[in-house]
Design a binder for this molecule. Structure first.
Ligand code: GLC
Length: 738
């Protein structure tokens, strides 16, 4: 949060009548809709409206905060007399965040970043991570978690890509659904977000995304659709941006036509914090204004009461919104889930974060099998990356203060992210983990500030391990694809000094690597979370066989991107008097964002343009080798694919065989994958069926998915541009309801 003017604190309403969260409530019915209707009938208008708006307790003076309620992202009053619990929400997808240390000293288990989770390609593991963070949210007294960010990675410079799940709608939607299902297994409502096309940070609250409906439906909206189908989130969070000139949170096409009429979503829609601009949002399909203090008006409270009194808004509009919220609370058992606040087993939870980090590490290069490093190694030089302090985490609302706290925090200087976009280092220092993994080696550390000193240390070591960082934060985007200042020079000096150098990247995005050919090996660890240090060391020592696969394309440069210049990045910076509140640049000049790729995001764009990226979507190496065989494809209403994977090497490992389809005249699309863990020599048969929405296009005129009859080529591949076996089959024509 920005430092709000004192006047805001003074005007904040009286503390909510807080219900002690340890109370238990009447049993919720098997039929949440019936119970919601029964309870609604007994509510006063004021009680109904209380459900429709939330505020940030962190902006309310301590003395005025409701008793016993954990301070987090938002607070919505309950109705004690009817057993309706308050909604106490926390961020976010990577764990229970503690923005700007609002709960002084509070820590939580930090999952690795969204891109690391996506790089596991393992819905089961991502679900387990969601279950774990949801359990910590509940243990801290929260019953709503703002987890489930699924915006597609369209531009590798976007500041929040580290929170999200990659560039492909099937992969991202599947993993988002798994994470949400995990969170909600704790009787905590999860929130798929930011609906929709909030795919960059520059001008996030003033830009309008201009895209035809079919392209939206086949990309970003498909990721949400799949995430909602698989995760059944209790809530959707509408985003800051406009779509076609209408703010997402007052956009009837998004919130009513798509979300409810087409997809049958039965939960409720909450706004992002500072994303509501009118009372019309209620009629458009918004049910709850969150973070109301940072909007211009309390649209769904004071403004709504006035409009109801004046007959400008029908009472039924309030009932509809209140009913959606109530039925969600009942459907997820928030009224019967008993006492919140309990002890947390950080050791057990940490093991889950460690496994996710291990499975998310992607090995990009290892041409001379420099990795794994032999236990007999004499001297290791560990260089840069604050490896002696901890691992890097991304800034903004999703940032988790890890168990043990941050050991180093650097503010982001200037721009909309200055309010809260901190560089935080914590978790197990990689240096400590490397020393523990190589107990007989002499391990020296050089901080990398001086490339010459670093080169000297590398030269006199058997192996050099040099870290490269690229920070990322909510509320701002990156201006290029390079590592942070000085990192390339450092890595170039080290890899030039010793060819037996391993580069370990801690980044929030895809990056360019001018030194790549000099590196003896390259690992992408992303923002690796609580036990990222151990995960990195385990891969370096061969205790873990890397199995991560890129969930995003690594381009060779911005010239390969659909928008070489990021939309809005060439606009003048916000003027000094701009009200930049909570990272929401509310007054930046409105501008339009056009995505030339349409629904061909990421690898599809590279395929369509016949461009060769530095490293392709789905790419990743292993310490063993896998072979594919016996591919068969059956056509008809959909594609049924069967094949065998064999571990042809000498060590156990996991592979992610991917299946892409190419339809006449279309870019290739991922239609399936499976993560298979195999012992040496073991063979596994995999079968999968394509989601038919991926076999056609969205026909806007008929408001249907249209699958034309025709020949489909199927590739069984190691990555988006490395097919191993191909086959073909004919698909019959079909139309599918959205
Ligand atoms: C933010 C983010 C959203 C977060 C919310 C509450 O600005 O866009 O992801 O959940 O505010 O912190």
């Amino acid at each position: 949060m920005a430092n709000f003017p004192k006047r805001l604190l003074a005007t904040v309403g009286a503390a909510a009548l807080a219900l002690p969260l340890t109370a238990t409530y009447a049993a919720s019915p098997a039929d949440p809709d019936r119970r919601a209707r029964e309870v609604l009938a007994r509510m006063t208008r004021e009680e109904k409206i209380a459900l429709l708006h939330g505020r940030m307790l962190s902006l309310i003076a301590q003395a005025k905060r409701p008793e016993g309620v954990t301070v987090g992202a938002g607070f919505v009053e309950g109705v004690p007399r009817l057993g309706i619990p308050p909604q106490v929400s926390t961020d976010a997808s990577l764990g229970v965040s503690n923005l700007l240390d609002m709960r002084r000293g509070d820590v939580a288990t930090a999952l690795p970043s969204g891109l690391a989770l996506a790089a596991t390609w393992d819905p089961g593991l991502v679900r387990e991570g969601g279950r774990m963070i949801g359990s910590e949210a509940r243990a801290k007294g929260f019953n709503v978690m703002l987890a489930g960010g699924v915006n597609l990675v369209r531009d590798p410079r976007s500041g929040r890509n580290f929170e999200y799940l990659g560039e492909d709608p099937l992969l991202a939607g599947t993993l988002a659904g798994a994470q949400i299902d995990g969170v909600q297994s704790n009787h905590v409502v999860s929130t798929i977000k930011h609906f929709a096309l909030n795919d960059q940070e520059i001008g996030r609250s003033s830009a309008s995304v201009q895209m035809d409906e079919a392209a939206m439906r086949e990309s970003d909206l498909l990721a949400f659709e799949i995430g909602i189908e698989k995760g059944n989130p209790g809530a959707v969070m509408c985003g800051y941006n406009k779509i076609g000139g209408t703010y997402s949170c007052e956009n009837p096409f998004l919130l009513t036509q798509v979300l409810r009429s087409d997809w049958g979503f039965k939960g409720f829609v909450m706004s992002d914090w500072g994303a509501v601009h009118s009372l019309g949002s209620l009629q458009a399909g918004l049910d709850q204004q969150q973070g109301e203090q940072i909007d211009a008006k309390r649209w769904l409270s004071t403004e709504l009461v006035a409009a109801l009194d004046a007959g400008r808004v029908p009472e039924s509009a309030v009932d509809i919104a209140a009913l959606r919220i109530l039925r969600t609370l009942y459907a997820h058992g928030l009224d019967t889930s008993g006492p919140l606040k309990s002890e947390i087993d950080f050791e057990t939870n940490g093991a889950i974060a460690r496994r996710a980090a291990e499975e998310g590490i992607v090995m990009l290069r290892n041409p001379t099998s420099l990795l794994p490093i032999a236990a007999s190694v004499q001297t290791i030089a560990v260089i840069g990356g604050h490896a002696d302090i901890g691992v890097l985490s991304g800034g903004g609302s999703s940032q988790v203060a890890p168990v043990g706290g941050f050991r180093k925090i650097e503010p982001v200087r200037g721009g909309p992210a200055a309010a809260f976009g901190r560089k935080g280092y914590g978790g197990t220092p990689p240096l400590d983990a490397i020393r523990a993994s190589f107990p007989t080696a002499r391990v020296v550390f050089v901080d990398g500030a001086d490339p010459e000193a670093a080169a000297k240390a590398a030269r006199s070591a058997d192996i050099a391990i040099v870290f490269g960082e690229k920070h990322a934060t909510e509320a701002d985007d990156q201006r290029d694809l390079s590592l942070d200042a000085g990192q390339d020079a450092l890595i170039d000096a080290v890899t030039s000094a010793n060819p037996r150098s391993v580069v370990v990247l801690e980044t929030g995005n895809a990056v360019v690597m001018p030194w790549a050919q000099k590196a003896g090996a390259i690992l992408v660890a992303w923002f690796p979370g609580q036990h990222g240090g151990e995960a990195i060391a385990d891969v370096l020592a061969g205790k873990v066989n890397p199995s991560g696969r890129l969930p995003v394309t690594f381009p060779t440069g911005t010239d390969q991107l659909p928008n070489p210049v990021m939309p809005g990045s060439d606009l003048p910076p916000p003027s000094k008097d701009e009200r930049i509140t909570y990272g929401v640049n509310t007054n930046s000049p409105p501008f339009e964002i056009r995505y030339p790729e349409g629904s061909d995001v990421g690898y599809r764009w590279f395929d369509r343009q016949s461009k060769q990226p530095a490293y392709a979507f789905g790419y990743g190496l292993s310490y063993t080798t896998f072979t594919y065989s016996d591919l068969t494809v059956e056509g008809g209403k959909t594609l049924s694919v069967r094949f065998a994977v064999t571990n042809a090497g000498t060590v156990a490992g996991a592979d992610v065989p991917q299946v892409y389809v190419r339809l006449e005249g279309k870019a290739k699309r991922l239609i399936g994958w499976q993560k298979v863990r195999l012992a040496p020599g073991e063979k596994r048969i995999v079968t999968l069926k394509a989601d038919r929405r991926l076999l056609g296009h969205y026909d806007t005129a008929r408001q249907r998915w249209a699958v034309p009859a025709g020949r489909a080529t199927v590739e069984l591949a190691r990555s988006a541009n490395d097919p191993v076996l191909t086959s073909a089959a004919r698909i019959s024509a079909a139309t599918i309801l959205p």
